[in-house]
Design a protein around this ligand. Structure first.
Ligand code: NDP
Length: 256
């Protein structure tokens, strides 16, 4: 039987280890039959990825280094992907960064360099990546990024990342309009909190997970696999009529 993503080439950016949201997405995509291309930044992430490939018996089409703070690196990455895969059908942007000092304390203490860094890596990078991906999404495609409820409202300690995610969600809408004429859709998943390497940098994570689980309609938190399946939906033809959307995968917490 043909699988949902058979014959589809999908680029997954942002696996640091088996707890990464992007790894949840990669597992869903693999089960659905997609051909996977991975990008990483740190050598440590590369080693983790190689371990995961052997553990889960995944044979990626390609794996490349890409630092999204560097436009040349992004450009070269997609040129290389074109050489290997020809064209791509999907892109997963699961990348964010802010200095630890900017994820605690008073928001008004955010420095200009800290603000710009968080926006550059966590928000602008979607534009830069979409620009290069569009060139090789020759049959149309779907781009999905990962956001958080801190984009919509105040979340204790999320600080500089809140406005960065708000900008990311605005980018989703502007890119959706721009890229629609190429039959490229752009959406975001807004996940509930999940214990990952990145989340460890935000102060008060344990308390947050506890209170979210108490208040969410489903009375629990979500995991990487649930975000993976929702992202798969947005990457697949099942969501072909959806673009410019932010889909909450947070056990319903956003209605509170
Ligand atoms: P991870 O730490 O697992 O993933 C973050 C990824 O960002 C890493 O793979 C890291 O690569 C990559 N990254 C950071 N800077 C750069 C850069 N300059 N160039 C390329 N890659 C970079 O954490 P998550 O899985 O939690 O985060 C993934 C996404 O999900 C983020 O956008 C995050 O904001 C979002 N999200 C997370 C939630 C959570 O509670 N965990 C909730 C809602 C959204 P490397 O380690 O190699 O530098």
């Amino acid at each position: 039987m043909t699988k949902l993503m058979s014959g589809k080439n999908v680029v997954v950016m942002g696996v640091a280890n088996d707890r990464s949201i992007a790894w949840g997405v990669a597992k869903s995509l693999h089960t659905a039959g997609a051909n996977l291309i991975f990008t990483y930044r740190k050598e440590r992430s590369y080693r983790k990825l190689c371990d995961l490939f052997s553990k889960f018996e995944i044979k990626p089409l390609h794996i490349l280094r890409c630092d999204v703070s560097d436009d040349e690196s992004i450009k070269n990455t997609f040129v290389e992907i074109k050489q290997i895969a020809g064209s791509i059908h999907g892109l997963v942007h699961s990348i964010a960064y802010a200095e630890k000092d900017d994820l605690q304390g008073e928001y008004f203490d955010t420095s200009r360099p800290g603000y710009l860094l968080a926006h550059s890596i966590s928000s602008y990078s979607l534009i830069a990546v979409a620009r290069e991906a569009q060139k090789i999404m020759t049959h149309g495609g779907s781009i999905v990024t990962q956001s958080y409820i801190g984009a919509e409202r105040f979340v204790e300690n999320y600080n500089v990342m809140g406005p960065a995610k708000a900008a990311l969600e605005a980018n989703v809408r502007y890119l959706a309009d721009n890229l629609g004429k190429y039959n490229i859709r752009v959406n975001a998943v807004s996940s509930g909190p999940i214990r990952t390497l990145l989340a460890k940098g935000t102060a008060g994570m344990n308390g947050l997970l506890r209170t979210r689980a108490e208040k969410a309609p489903l009375r629990r938190n979500v995991d990487q696999n649930e975000v993976g399946d929702a992202t798969l939906f947005l990457l697949s033809s099942l969501s072909r009529g959806i673009t410019g959307e932010v889909l909450h995968v947070d056990a319903g917490y956003h209605i509170r």
